[in-house]
Design a protein around this ligand. Structure first.
Ligand SMILES: NCc1[nH]cc(CCC(=O)O)c1CC(=O)O
Length: 308
């Protein structure tokens, strides 16, 4: 049987989908890759926070699952909305890449501590974290896929770019990495570094189990469950500067989650642990509720006011 894989057409999306195809081949499946354009690819002149962000990189792929034209949709886990419609299902999360944000520059002497540097990013989370931890740096909007952003960097629109290491590594740009940002300050976005595989809920059950066995990484899955429960409870979607990183420590699951105001001034973070991955979902809810109660609600309200 040929498994049809829906994907965005960007080079990173195709890399991720070829990786999924390889794992499926190892399990004896044939595959066909079906690239398609999403709203997020089409709209390049506005920041994601302004488009509204809900599902802009996933909707068209999900529609092809609903129509039965494809069997699986391959996403960056970070781009997947915190709640999935009933007729769809997140089947698998692939083993996570190193989760850090990194700083890329063509200048080998680049230093984050030099006053007046301009850093390209389109993420409200990274902008806010940079304001808090590197207040002397300026930021400038950097939308578009990785290749587009690197071209803007090469043209001198910024001194450096802040990006997820996962995409940088997968695209072969390790040689441009000048700094690896620590995850205790630059806590990544929910799902960063993992690939999510989605299917229609009514796909044949036996096939689902075989596909899941070929693709899913249970440790990553547990971490993503906690992070996604956090994001869902945070009720802000992907355009607010929230962050959540779950890690396994033996059998225990640790979640570091929080929220930061756009100017980096207000900061609420929380770290909690549970004894087993079975409690992943409850952990995500508990961390988010605590962050909301300890000042997160006020931060969300001020962000909404700012957006108008
Ligand atoms: N929203 C864009 C996006 N979605 C996934 C990645 C990188 C790869 C990943 O985190 O899996 C990126 C680019 C970036 O943040 O640098």
């Amino acid at each position: 049987m040929i498994i049809r894989l829906a994907t965005r057409g960007s080079r990173l999306a195709l890399w991720q989908t070829e990786h999924v195809a390889q794992l499926l081949h190892n399990a004896g499946f044939a595959t066909e890759i079906v690239p398609m354009q999403t709203t997020g690819d089409a709209v390049q002149d506005r920041s994601l926070a302004k488009i509204g962000a809900k599902g802009v990189f996933t909707e068209e792929l999900e529609e092809s699952l609903r129509r039965g034209e494809t069997h699986l949709a391959v996403h960056s886990a970070k781009d997947v909305q915190s709640s999935i419609p009933r007729e769809l299902e997140l089947l698998a999360f692939l083993e996570r890449e190193q989760v850090n944000d990194v700083v890329l520059s063509y200048n080998e002497q680049f230093s984050l501590d030099k006053p007046g540097i301009v850093l390209g990013t389109s993420s409200t989370r990274r902008k806010a974290q940079l304001r808090r931890f590197y207040p002397y740096a300026d930021t400038a909007e950097a939308r578009g896929n990785l290749q587009t952003r690197l071209r803007k960097l090469e043209e001198g629109q910024y001194d450096a770019l802040v990006l997820a290491y996962a995409g940088v590594h997968r695209m072969g740009y390790d040689h441009l990495v000048r700094a690896v940002l620590p995850t205790d300050q630059f806590v990544p976005a929910t799902g960063q570094g993992s690939i999510a595989v989605e299917c229609a809920a009514n796909l044949d059950g036996a096939l689902k189990n075989q596909l899941k066995a070929a693709l899913d990484h249970p440790a990553t899955h547990a971490c993503l469950l906690a992070e996604r429960a956090f994001l869902h409870t945070m009720e802000g979607g992907c355009s607010i500067p929230s962050f959540a990183l779950a890690t396994l420590e033996g059998d225990a699951l640790r979640l570091h989650g929080g929220l930061i105001s756009l100017d980096g001034e207000e900061y609420v973070e929380e770290i909690q642990r549970v004894d087993s991955a079975a409690e992943a979902y409850a952990l995500g809810v508990a961390v988010a509720e605590s962050v909301l109660a300890r000042g997160g609600r006020e931060i969300l309200a001020s962000i909404r006011e700012h957006r108008g």
